[in-house]
Design a protein around this ligand. Structure first.
Ligand code: ADP
Ligand code: MG
Length: 389
């Protein structure tokens, strides 16, 4: 899905108010009636609201819907993206947004930068972009919020990812640095590395293999199973050493499907994570270990800590976990694992990086050389007018 940040600088403070009002209204209205938007925006002049609505609709942040009973508007994914970006900008988490570096079934990944020009990653969760409308009826977890379910579920995925990334980082696991989360988005540090999927050969597959499996075991020892531990979600940094060897440093990403070791199918997920690594090392590097395992039962014999429980007690509650779980099951959201199994034969795909045309570059003069982010970096969000209080 396109993220066209070019228009963000033309959004006026009143427009932001109206956009926020539409978001608020859509929590319990499939189509938000225009009078409700006016009321929630509480702008002094009603005419003003209509002008804002027309501005927002023109750039696709809201869309007009003709309901059987009344006319109104719904927030689009673009509108939600803008609201999240606006918040990140105000919090000085994001200053500019650049190229898209990844696109999955359930997320879009962009390079972005902070005010100092440091490159980071913006992950936008997009659950339900494919099929929400077809399955919304009568589901417990969607009750009373069918209209907002794509927004809600995408936010849940973002909250979960952010909370787990924070907890894992604290525990010293190799994960990106979590920098911010808002609505359906997560901002994290950019890892200067490629997915293992794109690594053709390694000097010492045995060492990397052992390290990756030990990560699976260490995760279990703090109560967690990644659930999608495969060559797409392990980034490998290749660091040449003085002795001519290349040091391989793995970073784990992608946490919305993380499961607790108390999950009824925990062992299945654990085994699947292990099997993914085994299969990949066999097919890609011709490496098979003589040692069986690791096994779920052994790995969870000495549980040092329960991060699964800790995270539940923080921002991502049990209730949220249940709702997201139900959604993922319902929609067959299964991370990249299924993909890895399906296209084993086709190993020479192009890197996911160079797709999608770059957004319009910001004028050079606005970025001093020491701040230059990269030619990719596009629209300058700082030109955004002041925010809604
Ligand atoms: P998805 O849920 O779509 O699989 P991921 O979080 O796995 O999303 O990200 C998709 C791709 O984006 C990754 O395979 C990787 O190439 C890239 N990517 C994601 N996060 C980062 C990061 N922090 N640093 C560098 N690349 C990243
Ligand atoms: Mg992934």
């Amino acid at each position: 899905m396109k993220l066209n940040v070019k228009n963000i600088r033309y959004v006026t403070p009143e427009d932001w108010r109206v956009l926020t009002a539409t978001e608020q209204g859509s929590r319990n209205h499939e189509v938000v009636p225009t009078p409700l938007i006016t009321q929630l925006a509480s702008l002094r002049s009603g005419n003003g609201v209509h002008k804002c609505i027309s501005n927002l609709a023109k750039i696709g942040l809201i869309a007009k819907v003709k309901n059987a009973k009344y006319d109104g508007y719904r927030l689009t994914y673009g509108g939600l993206d803008y609201l999240a970006l606006h918040t990140h900008t105000k919090a000085s988490t994001i200053y500019s947004v650049g190229n898209q570096i990844g696109v999955g079934k359930e997320s879009d990944i962009f390079v972005c930068a902070d005010e100092t020009g440091k490159q980071q990653v913006l992950k936008i969760h997009r659950l339900g972009r494919i099929s929400f409308r077809t399955v919304k009826a009568n589901r417990d977890y969607l009750r009373n919020r069918s209209s907002a379910s794509w927004m809600y579920m995408s936010r849940l995925a973002a909250v979960k990812e952010f909370e787990f990334m924070k907890a894992l980082r604290r525990e010293g696991f190799p994960v990106p640095e979590p920098l911010g989360q808002n609505r359906h988005t997560v901002v994290m540090s950019l890892v200067d590395a490629f997915p293992m999927r794109q690594i053709a050969t390694v000097g010492d597959p045995a060492a990397l293999y052992a390290e990756l499996l030990s990560l699976i075991v260490r995760l279990a020892q703090i109560g967690l199973i990644h659930g999608d531990f495969n060559e797409f979600n392990i980034l490998i940094e290749e660091k040449p050493q003085e002795d001519g060897q290349v040091l391989l440093i793995p970073t784990i990403i992608d946490f919305p499907q993380m499961v607790s070791i108390s999950h009824p199918n925990a062992e299945y997920y654990f085994d699947r994570d292990v099997a993914c690594i085994k299969r990949f090392f066999d097919r890609r590097f011709g490496f098979t270990s003589d040692e069986p395992g690791p096994f779920f039962k052994d790995s969870t014999k000495t549980v040092l800590k329960r991060l699964d429980v800790e995270v539940e007690a923080s921002g991502f509650s049990k209730k949220m976990a249940k709702e997201l779980d139900a959604y993922m099951k319902e929609h067959g959201v299964d991370g990249d694992a299924g993909e890895a199994e399906r296209d084993d034969e086709e190993e020479d795909e192009a890197p996911v990086s160079e797709q999608d045309e770059p957004l319009e570059p910001a004028p050079k003069s606005e970025t001093p050389p020491e701040q230059a982010v990269s030619d990719n970096v596009a629209a300058d969000l700082s030109a955004t007018p002041a925010a809604i209080a």
